[in-house]
Design a protein around this ligand. Sequence first.
Ligand code: KG4
Ligand code: ZN
Length: 327
Amino acid sequence: MIVLGLETSCDETSAAVIKNGKLESNLIYSQTEHSDFGGVVPEIASRAHLEKIAPLTQKALTEASVSAEAVDLIAVSDSPGLAGALLVGISYALGMHMAHGTALSGINHLEGHIAALFISNPDIPLPFLALVVSGGHTAIYRVDDFGCYTLLGQTVDDAAGEAFDKVGKMLGFNYPAGRSIEQKAAEAQNHDLVSFPIAKLSDSKLNFSFSGLKTAVKYFLKSKTSQYITENKADICYAFQRAVIKSLVNNLAEASKVTNIKTFGVVGGVACNSTLRKTLTSRFGEQLFCPPPSLCTDNAAMIAMAGLKRAQMNCCRFPKMNPSRGI
Ligand code: KG4
Ligand code: ZN
């Protein structure tokens, strides 16, 4: 079976081909158009997707030595995400469907992130706890099987990646700032310069909150001179990153305690953070599974895998754009 995956939910345009279960191509265009704005500008994102989707898809098919007519299924992200951005991928998939009669499957982007684990670790033991940690989402799911998820906890305000991006903006980094903060934090000399608070929510120990942390960084920076901030930027990045990681690790440990599940999968853009990976590995050991960075940030390979799995289960659905549909 040949599956073409398409991903345009936010600021990555991506096309990928899975042929007989094997990933043959996964091309990703990360939009740099937003770097000066401190976040994704929806209209700019849609226009950039529109420019890239056709050549990128053609290239992904060529790399996989597959013709458009030979594709059996097009899996396309249809929710959640930016409405205009999602519409570009969905419309392109519909166009191919009209031209070649190809079957379609709308894919939930969050299920896509979890499906990345089935590419990197096809034999991941079930059930496992999935930490989905990206620019738009921070949540822990119990995964009993592909397609069988229970939401255990999620952020009540900002996503972890969003906190990285917003704090990065305060510190003068371009969007997206997660990688820059990680790199700067690695230069830290004084690990005790400042300690930022981690939110403890009374309603659920498994929920996250990052807006208080963001505000704490904001007021800390406000109380310092720009010379102080420049001289201590690495230590500030270190303290911020440590707080985010502590929150993620604590909640995952709590979820493990509550469910008695000791297998973990970590996905989404923030899962690229090597300090997070190291901390999780030392805490949870051998039973931690994390896809390579190219399958953590938004990509179409994960969408194609989700499409393949849905086709095998006979439960594809026609794409329907929905900016806020949960998993
Ligand atoms: O999964 P993704 O590509 O898009 C969403 O679905 O949101 O995640 C993008 C997010 C951005 O917020 C970016 O700053 C963050 O992932 N990110 C990182 C790192 N690399 C990307 N955050 C922390 N450390 C990193 N190395
Ligand atoms: Zn994503």
